[in-house]
Design a binder for this molecule. Structure first.
Ligand SMILES: [Zn+2]
Length: 326
């Protein structure tokens, strides 16, 4: 793909154009003529339908139909417990294709990798072979979705977490990631360049790991130190992640960034929430569910749903309120 990038060649994949901007591949996803952009966000899901994955999928289908969604974003940990063993691993069909069967979910799925995905053959999930099995599947390490009024910057956060490089309990597929320092610096530089050139009304960044969370894993210090300053500097509106198997909404105390955790696609109810009184805390739910995002040029609305499709938390904001025109 690097050769294609250098030569600015266009590839047609699953009817979308891919091209390269600032080292990150970009997918153009045109929005509907009414100017609305709507999508669902789910994370930490691939368990062959178990742990309520199928129940969440059913409600995603229903809400997806109601909202007439444009696509789905997955925040990673796509296949438990150890990613895919290879491109022929039946877990892909059993946990993805055969679970998310609703009509409204037959749109593109834009997906990042989580730490559990790196415990298997990480490159299998990136393979175009999977797109042949199920054309919805788009998984890259870091990339951009250009949806006209919004740009969504997908960031590969697992290589930022130092403990994965020293722990001995699990093995990780670090092919194409080592050396860690060079890889992560390149990711951040690519992101900075892309954000600085973005003219989208809404800038959304997605990674697997939380920057702010009161769930089991809590804040990811490496991202607080290295990613958060970039999000603040370039006026990112929303940061979305999974990793903690819960739903949560925390507002940044030093900027307009909203931290949104949607990592409740299957196994949840961990029960070790901490710090619910922290500043900026808006919402926390320890059970299964997912999130929707609705955008227009001037308005954003977030909703969190439980396993029954019931709305648990709703938040909205006008861009004009954030950036008043004088
Ligand atoms: Zn995780």
């Amino acid at each position: 793909m690097a050769i294609f990038c250098k030569e600015f060649m266009l590839l047609v994949v699953a009817s979308f154009l891919i091209f390269c901007a600032n080292g990150l591949e970009k997918f153009d996803h045109p929005i509907k003529s009414n100017g609305n952009l709507r999508f669902l966000v789910v994370g930490d899901w691939g368990r062959k339908g178990h742990y309520n994955q199928s129940a969440v999928a059913l409600q995603m289908g229903r809400i997806g139909e109601e909202l007439d969604i444009d696509f789905v974003v997955s925040t990673g940990d796509n296949f438990y417990s150890n990613g895919l063993t290879g491109v022929d691993d039946p877990n892909f069909l059993e946990s993805f294709t055969n679970v998310y069967k609703a009509k409204s979910l037959q749109n593109q799925w834009y997906t990042v990798l989580g730490n559990h995905d790196y415990r298997g053959d990480a490159e299998a999930q990136l393979s175009s072979y999977l797109r042949k099995l199920d054309s919805r599947w788009i998984c890259l390490r870091s990339f951009i979705i250009n949806a006209e009024i919004a740009e969504i910057f997908m960031v590969d956060t697992t290589p930022f977490v130092n403990e994965y490089f020293v722990e001995t309990e699990h093995t990780y597929d670090w092919r194409s990631v080592m050396p860690q320092k060079t890889y992560t610096e390149n990711v951040l530089n690519d992101l900075k360049n892309a954000l600085s050139e973005s003219t989208a009304k809404w800038k959304i960044v997605v990674g697997h790991h939380a920057i702010r969370s009161v769930g089991h894993h809590g804040d990811t210090n490496e991202l607080v130190d290295r990613l958060l300053p970039i999000l603040r500097a370039y006026d990112v509106d929303l940061y979305m992640n999974g990793h903690d198997h819960c739903l949560e909404h925390i507002s940044d105390t030093e900027s307009g960034i909203q931290f949104l955790t949607s990592g409740a696609g299957s196994k949840a109810w961990r029960g070790d929430v901490k710090g619910l009184n922290r500043e900026g805390m808006n919402f926390f739910y320890d059970g299964q569910g997912f999130m929707s995002v609705q955008l227009t040029q001037t308005h954003v609305q977030i909703e969190f749903y439980d396993v029954f499709g019931k709305v648990l938390h709703k938040w909205s904001r006008s861009k004009l309120l954030l950036h008043p025109i004088i």
